[in-house]
Write a protein that binds this ligand. Structure first.
Ligand code: SF4
Length: 348
């Protein structure tokens, strides 16, 4: 018997999505946000989930045009030890985050050691700390995905950023669209939840965004993220302007009404803590990129914004959400939600 645990989403056509994305009527867009918020509340009540962000190596073999950490950029980099990663993870868990997001560049050192130290870290976080884990390691071979799946790593996050193949090759220089997509689908078929993501403001058309939204549903992504492009010093796109946030917020709202069940991040990485409220009001149900101050760990799009000032902490997030009549979910509430997502992904 099919148990419908989440409400069905609205089946929007490509044309309808494009109409929303190009709509310049503020009242219509405000109505869309209100609708998305109501859909979110019907699924999550007044709960919002939270992830701790642990970007443990900023070395990368790739040269994505939009990224500060691309291999050719002459920047200071770090590679944190297992002890440092566990220490910050524990601190984040004690603060109350629901999951640890272990993020890395495609660091050749980890490929050489077949991710053994990452597997050991996950073992501790899942076992001793009893906390779900997301890994964002870039493209990795299937046998490594098998290893992550075998120790019940909850999530594999891997973003195409665009589903326009030409734009993809202009952004992710020298990388294969299909290789990236196939790794994600392989992880999903091994039982891991997958997160797909796109960047707004990199030269995409409304039609490209519409295609992305439809693909994200087709591949059964359980978490969908959109972030506005932020120009990065020293990168080939450093002079490209960041877009207004209308596009990102409209995409969040459309994701919510099309896919009511999914986790949609309000990332603190784009506009810091000041951007939280708008994203939640557009239908997001998850706060990501929470980083303890003065930890020596960085964000991605805004590598340092609000971090050492303490603006990306659970305390700050909680205060804003409470003001909005919302509450941070407990780890057990998150686990319950994740269980439903897994059932949904398996089609139960
Ligand atoms: S986006 Fe990721 S894969 Fe691309 S250069 Fe940056 S860290 Fe490397």
């Amino acid at each position: 018997m099919k148990i419908n645990i989440f409400p069905s989403g609205e089946k929007l056509s490509k044309e309808q999505i494009v109409q929303y994305l190009t709509c310049d009527d503020d009242k219509e867009i405000a109505k869309l946000f209100e609708h998305a918020k109501n859909v979110r509340n019907s699924v999550c009540g007044n709960k919002i989930y939270s992830y701790g962000f642990v970007y443990f190596t900023t070395y990368c073999r790739n040269n994505c045009n939009f990224c500060y950490f691309r291999a050719s950029n002459k920047i200071e980099r770090y590679r944190k030890s297992k002890e440092e990663v566990l220490e910050i993870s524990k601190a984040l868990i004690n603060d109350g985050v629901n999951l640890i997001d272990l993020t890395m560049g495609e660091d050749p050192e980890y490929h050489k050691e077949k991710f053994q130290s990452v597997l050991e870290i996950i073992d501790v976080i899942k076992g001793e700390y009893d906390t779900p884990v997301m890994i964002s390691p870039g493209v990795i071979p299937n046998d490594i995905i098998d290893d992550f799946a075998a120790i019940k790593t909850d999530w594999y996050a891997l973003y195409q950023e665009t589903h326009n193949r030409e734009l993809f090759s202009n952004m992710r220089i020298g990388q294969e669209y299909d290789e990236r997509m196939d790794a994600k689908l392989y992880a999903r078929d091994k039982g891991m939840l997958i997160e797909e993501g796109l960047l707004a403001g990199i030269g995409e058309s409304p039609e490209d965004i519409a295609d992305s939204l439809l693909v994200m549903g087709d591949i059964k992504a359980s978490q969908m993220r959109v972030m506005s492009f932020i120009p990065q010093e020293g990168s080939p796109m450093e002079n490209v302007k960041t877009p207004t946030r209308r596009e990102e917020l409209t995409i969040i709202a459309l994701m919510r009404i099309m896919y009511p069940h999914v986790l949609i991040p309000a990332s603190l990485d784009v506009d810091g803590i000041s951007g939280l409220k708008d994203r939640i009001n557009a239908g997001a149900n998850l706060v990501t990129s929470i980083i303890p101050p003065k930890s020596g760990f960085m964000g991605v799009a805004h590598s340092t914004m609000d971090v050492d000032e303490g603006g990306r902490t659970i305390v700050e997030v909680k205060a804003i959400l409470n003001d909005m009549g919302l509450e941070l979910a407990t780890k057990d509430e998150y686990k319950e939600y994740e269980k439903k997502l897994k059932e949904h992904q398996r089609g139960i």
